[in-house]
Design a protein around this ligand. Structure first.
Ligand code: PLP
Length: 357
């Protein structure tokens, strides 16, 4: 099987090797030092300031989205949420559940956030801005610079869900004045699912200090306190944290996050360049390097997904809901090479010649 989905994605041999070992006991100085190293490398790769902190949560990306909403905002806040797909909608739902006053900035399929759209909300008393910088459901990568400038001029706290964008698209917390960012283990980190993390700037840490979430597991104050010595309040997904350590060190050894982003961008470009003559339309206005969302002009997207899976042993990523029949996605994150794309491109060409693409 070749896995071109957007997560869980393929892991390399070194990461998989760790996965087959016994899981060690974790209240040890050895594990603590691995956790502190994970924190240091994550901070480095996202351009966080020295005084920023990272909390590792055992739970998928949504757990960190929810923990962020609960710890960074409260009833005194009024937030803007970019909603251009299912992950934007998830932020909206979380705000509703946790009683955070919110306004949706709806982004139609195939378009993006523009200066015009943001202008409307200048000087309107907003205190927070929530964005899934890569809306993975439709492959749209929003303009971080534009959003950052809007937040700066309005003194708004910016929370970026970069779960599928970290290590795939350029992102720098200091440069873009990002208050907090979220990512997870099963996207470009290319580890098994189960760990997500939040990088908290000094401003975010002050917000956490002030808040009192009615939840034990997601109270970040406790996680931050334990994190000072490289520990977590409860038993974490120890094995995955060890795999993350291997992967982060490998990225560092290969030249850092920029090199990894270039690698992912190179695969995305290779794929896109080689399907130009096929009846496939790229959906987003500005695609992320992490994925290419495609609309087949002649046939049903979900049927193409099924045929590739059943007859070619190739997994592309189907869409759900309203877009099920219209869009499929091809991921560029994880342990993939140009050779893998050659296999996919050949299969797509074959389907096209049979009239089923
Ligand atoms: C994958 C993803 C998530 C998290 O989904 P989980 O299934 O909870 O890991 C959140 N936001 C975005 C943008 C994602 O791509």
């Amino acid at each position: 099987m070749i896995n071109f989905t957007v997560g869980p994605v393929q892991a390399n041999d070194e990461v998989r090797k760790v996965g087959r070992e016994q899981v060690p006991y974790f209240r040890t100085p050895e594990f603590s030092s691995i956790m502190l190293e994970n924190e240091k490398l994550v901070k480095k790769f996202v351009g966080a300031k020295d005084d920023a902190r990272v909390v590792f949560i055992t739970g998928s990306g949504t757990a960190s989205m929810e923990a962020s909403i609960m710890n960074l905002f409260n009833e005194n806040d009024k937030v803007l949420v970019v909603n251009g797909g299912s992950f934007g909608q998830r932020f909206v739902n979380l705000c509703k559940i946790h009683n955070i006053e919110n306004t949706e900035i709806k982004v139609p399929l195939g378009s993006t956030v523009t200066e015009e759209m943001l202008k409307e909300y200048d000087n309107a008393g907003y205190t927070g801005f929530l964005v899934n910088i890569h809306e993975t459901s439709v492959g749209e990568h929003y303009n971080l610079k534009l959003i950052s400038e809007f937040c700066k001029r309005n003194n708004i706290f910016l929370l970026v869900d970069a779960i599928s964008s970290f290590l795939a698209d350029e992102l720098n917390m200091q440069e873009y004045n990002i208050g907090a960012m979220i990512t997870g283990s099963q996207k470009a980190l290319a580890c098994p699912p189960g760990i997500s993390l939040i990088v908290l700037s000094k401003e975010a840490l002050a917000r956490v200090e002030k808040n009192d979430p009615k939840c034990m597991y997601f109270d970040l104050k406790d996680a931050l306190k334990n994190g000072e010595r490289g520990q977590t309040p409860f038993t974490p997904a120890v094995g995955i944290l060890l795999q993350i350590n291997v992967r982060l060190k490998e990225i560092e050894k290969n030249g850092g996050e920029k090199v990894e982003i270039q690698r992912v961008a190179g695969l995305a470009k290779y794929f896109r360049d080689n399907i130009k003559d096929l009846p496939l339309e790229i959906v987003p206005a500005n695609p992320s390097n992490a994925v290419t969302a495609l609309h087949p002009l002649k046939n049903n997207a979900n049927e193409i997904f099924t045929i590739l899976k059943d007859e070619y042993n190739i997994w592309i990523c189907p869409n759900g809901g309203d877009l099920k029949d219209k869009i499929f996605r091809v991921g560029h994150i994880g342990y993939l090479t140009k050779d893998d794309y050659d296999v996919l491109i050949k299969a797509l060409r074959e389907l096209n010649s049979k009239g089923i693409l």
